[in-house]
Write a protein that binds this ligand. Structure first.
Ligand code: ATP
Ligand code: MG
Length: 262
């Protein structure tokens, strides 16, 4: 079998005396979605910050397509094909869809700094790239502020892919959205998955969403992997138990039953 697009080995991250991650191994292959699940403070964001070149691991290694990589900055990670879509999306609502798509990477006609922005080509590319993953915006010059939350997520995803992401990392892309918009983002993810050449790491608190789109699961709790497996190997009950940080639902019921009014 081909190498995973991305694989980590024994990643450890300490902040002073505090261990946020303690030996994390994950891997994702082309055309596959890995759901990264875990409660608040489990270490999900810390892990993706390491994969995105924001933090350096205290220990451990990262391999991209079988080769070890060391990221000294987010730029290094982007150059290696890691495309991260953060919750805040880094999108400016006052600017057009096209301007957001090309933000910082604009196309010019003529020689810079005297060249003019090539808006026509940029509009065409933006429209085509968004359409490829399922959103047909009528006017790429409309302000992003007029788009729905789900469409904005799609814009950020289309942009990451167009600029070379082989690994797409999505940090809770559905958490701030209503039901319909959540489905639209899940559909976008399935479109990207179907392209077959990109690996997706999907961070979520939502067990149902993870089951709808993921091929494999890794559960984190307090910086450690407490469970992992492929879709076919994990029972629903087991996923639910791991989502609860490894606690049995019965224990949680007991805990709640013990709450009194005082
Ligand atoms: N820069 C930092 N300095 C010190 N501690 C940190 C730092 N970043 C994260 N931590 C700690 O590491 C732990 C893991 O945090 P992290 O943000 O990775 O969790 P998470 O799984 O993303 O949680 P959430 O679901 O709330 O987003 C937390 O206890 C957090 O306080
Ligand atoms: Mg987080």
């Amino acid at each position: 079998m081909a190498d995973p697009i991305i694989r980590t080995e024994g990643l450890v991250k300490r902040f002073g005396p505090f261990t946020a991650l303690n030996g994390i191994d994950i891997e994702v292959r082309k055309g596959q979605v890995l759901a990264l699940l875990g409660d608040n403070g489990a270490g999900k964001s810390t892990l993706i910050r390491i994969l995105s070149g924001v933090h350096k691991p205290t220990e451990g290694r990262i391999y991209v397509e079988g080769k070890e990589v060391v990221f000294n900055s987010p730029r290094d990670a982007a150059a290696a094909g890691i495309g991260t879509v953060y919750q805040d999306l880094a999108i400016n609502p006052l600017m057009s869809v096209t301007r957001n798509f090309f933000l910082g990477r604009e196309l010019y006609r003529g020689v810079r700094p005297f060249g003019l922005l090539d808006m026509k080509t940029m509009d065409e590319i933006t429209h085509a790239e968004m359409k490829k993953i399922g959103i047909d915006i009528s006017d790429p010059r409309q302000a992003v502020g007029t788009m729905s939350g789900g469409q904005r997520q799609t814009l950020a995803i289309a942009r990451a892919i167009y600029f070379g992401a082989k690994v797409l990392i999505l940090d809770e892309p559905t958490s701030a959205l209503g039901q319909k918009q959540q489905m639209s983002v899940l559909k976008t993810m399935m479109k990207v998955r179907a392209k077959g050449d990109i690996a997706i790491i999907f961070i979520t608190h939502n067990e149902i969403h993870s089951q709808l789109v993921a091929d494999s699961f890794t559960f984190l709790a307090l910086g450690e992997v407490i469970g992992c497996g492929d879709k076919n190997d994990l029972e629903h009950d087991e996923i639910r138990r791991l989502m609860a940080g490894g606690a049995e639902i019965r224990d949680l019921e007991k805990e709640l039953a013990a709450v009194t009014a005082d």
